[in-house]
Design a protein around this ligand. Structure first.
Ligand SMILES: Cc1ncc(COP(=O)(O)O)c(C=O)c1O
Length: 277
């Protein structure tokens, strides 16, 4: 039975309930984080908590807990699960108020945390993605719980037997429905710069950090759709999927249709980095 944390208490998942007037439920008024745990160690804790701070600040909320308090909760929940690789989900909403937009009514945030095993899917042999218009709002740098566009986009991908939708806004690649995007052309790695159309992915930043350490050059620059369609390699990154090669895009092979050599190298470095922890 999974144990979760809800507003100061640890309890079985089946016994964790919130008030229907929670603003997370009525307005989608909250933010979240997904933090991977590899070999029982919380991965990139500081980076995830910094992004949480930024998300909360953007929605006019303060972080309700200190770093030590978050870490204590994570450690307790991770200990209750058998699997060594897990994914911590945390959500902070503005709490329970009457159904009124006014945020000054809220004074008691709802804090929910759980940790679930990472179920390894076979993604490293390459997956199929579709391209789609980026139908989301203009504050995608906030990790907001309001994920309806991403849910729809992932469903559209699934309808075409694909696992991810790569999003295009005004002819430029932004990111995946739940991932960041990299392309490789003539052995050079490109990824879109961080702005309000892109979630600042922790895995994205780590990949760039690892590339720098290995003296592999990369370019953070806008990617136009033609560059995506003509790329030798496309990868997506996320905390739980890690670095995943796209081998088919909209039914066309990416490059030669096989996993690329730059992905192999980068993924190897990434896996080595994880083991060093
Ligand atoms: C829209 C979006 N972009 C990028 C990412 C990747 O972020 P991270 O590497 O921090 O998991 C996610 C992860 O869920 C996401 O939802």
């Amino acid at each position: 039975m999974t144990t979760v944390y809800l507003n100061g208490e640890y309890k079985p998942l089946a016994e964790a309930f919130i008030n229907v007037l929670d603003r997370g439920f009525t307005f989608g008024d909250g933010v979240y984080e997904v933090i991977p745990v590899f070999n029982r160690k919380v991965f990139r804790l500081d980076e995830h908590l910094e992004r949480l701070d930024n998300s909360l600040q953007s929605i006019y909320m303060e972080n309700p807990l200190s770093k030590d308090e978050w870490f204590t909760i994570f450690s307790k929940l991770v200990d209750t699960e058998k699997q060594v690789n897990q994914s911590i989900y945390l959500q902070v909403t503005r709490g329970v108020t009457e159904r009124d937009h006014d945020i000054s009514l809220a004074d008691n945030p709802t804090i929910f945390v759980m940790s679930r095993p990472i179920v390894k899917k076979d993604l490293f042999s390459g997956i199929k993605a579709i391209t789609h218009d980026d139908i989301r709002w203009k504050q995608c740098d906030i990790k907001a719980i309001t994920l309806l566009p991403s849910v729809i986009l992932r469903h559209k991908a699934k309808e075409q037997d694909a696992k991810e939708a790569i999003l295009i806004r005004d002819g430029m690649v932004t990111e995946g429905a739940a991932s960041n995007v990299f392309i490789v052309k003539d052995n050079i790695i490109y990824t879109p710069p961080k702005d309000n159309h892109v979630l600042p992915g922790i895995t994205r930043d780590l990949v760039l950090e690892i590339l720098s350490r290995k003296n592999i050059s990369y370019v953070e620059a806008p990617i136009v759709i033609e560059e995506l369609l003509n790329a030798d390699e496309i990868w997506i990154t996320s905390s739980t999927w890690e670095i995943v090669p796209i081998v088919k895009l909209d039914n066309n092979p990416v490059g030669n249709g096989c996993v690329g050599k730059m992905w192999k190298k980068t993924n190897q470095f990434y896996q080595e980095f994880k083991k060093e922890l």
